[in-house]
Design a protein around this ligand. Sequence first.
Ligand code: ZN
Ligand code: ZN
Length: 355
Amino acid sequence: MMSRLDALRSFLRSKRIGIMLVGKPVNVRYFSGFTGDSTILLITHDRQILITDGRYDDQARLECPSFEIVKHETGLMRETAAQLKSIGIRLIGVEGNFLTVDALNALQKFLPDWIFKPLTLDGLRQIKDADEIERIRRACAIADRAFAEVLNYIRAGVREIEIAARLEYLMRQYGSERAAFETIVASGLNGSYPHARASTKVIANGEFVTMDFGAVFEGYHSDMTRTVMVGRATDEQRRIYEAVLNAQLIGLKEIRAGVSGRYVDKKAREALNAAGLEKNFTHGLGHGVGLEIHEEPRLSKFSACGELKPNMIVTDEPGVYIVGLGGVRIEDTVLVTSDGAKPLTHSPKILIELN
Ligand code: ZN
Ligand code: ZN
């Protein structure tokens, strides 16, 4: 935790901020190790304070030995304001993408002369340490295992939600804390919506089934998509599948430390363009994965994330969505290294035809 706090402090120094209020639970966890909620960290250049309530008092002492623990009895914002007043630094960094308007109004009421500067700390979590990589690797292994087994349940006549339920059941059985996000199972025409949900639609012969799902291991996520065929693929379905797979493999080939997320996205997009499918690829190529399912860096046309760096973990997930026909998406979670991308999800990607 200390090296993470060091990184936070140099970030604050670069912004000329003397104190930061951290409340977004994944950031509280990242900087302190605390796994509960309803808690605020106050980080100055020489102190770290954790403010929580009676439910979490003991847990905080156990999980965060290097923090001063303050138990509030009068309300989290009131106690936070009291602590800020006693510290006395009047320019305070707050998480602009998390702190609610109500919470900010409460702080401003208690501290009328203070200035609150919105900052985003999420970028500090982009480069993973060995423990984080290991946890994501475990989450990916759980998803791989569930995928291998769920293939036994996919056939014509089964509803999408049954497959989603089975995937989530299997992942939990193999050690996942919960589903990483709402599991997507999209068959046939439903596959033409990139963010289709698992519905009560019955899967039919001759349909693609796209499954996008992930596990969570000790707070860290995995993210994988596979598309399988029920019955035999037509020539056109096979052509689309191969085009997406080709773009996905080009993404894997191009991901490495030193290139930008924008560049990798462009390369995969060019591959789909060559197959006449670029306009059917309607989202970015990938995103960072960690304590959150979608985090920095972004692999997209609009990515402002700069160069990929060793030990970032990102997804590579091109997809093609054709109204009236369906869709195909293939996604791996991968580790960025200086000599290329190392996939952490390993499920097969050749077209599987189930019958
Ligand atoms: Zn996904
Ligand atoms: Zn994803």
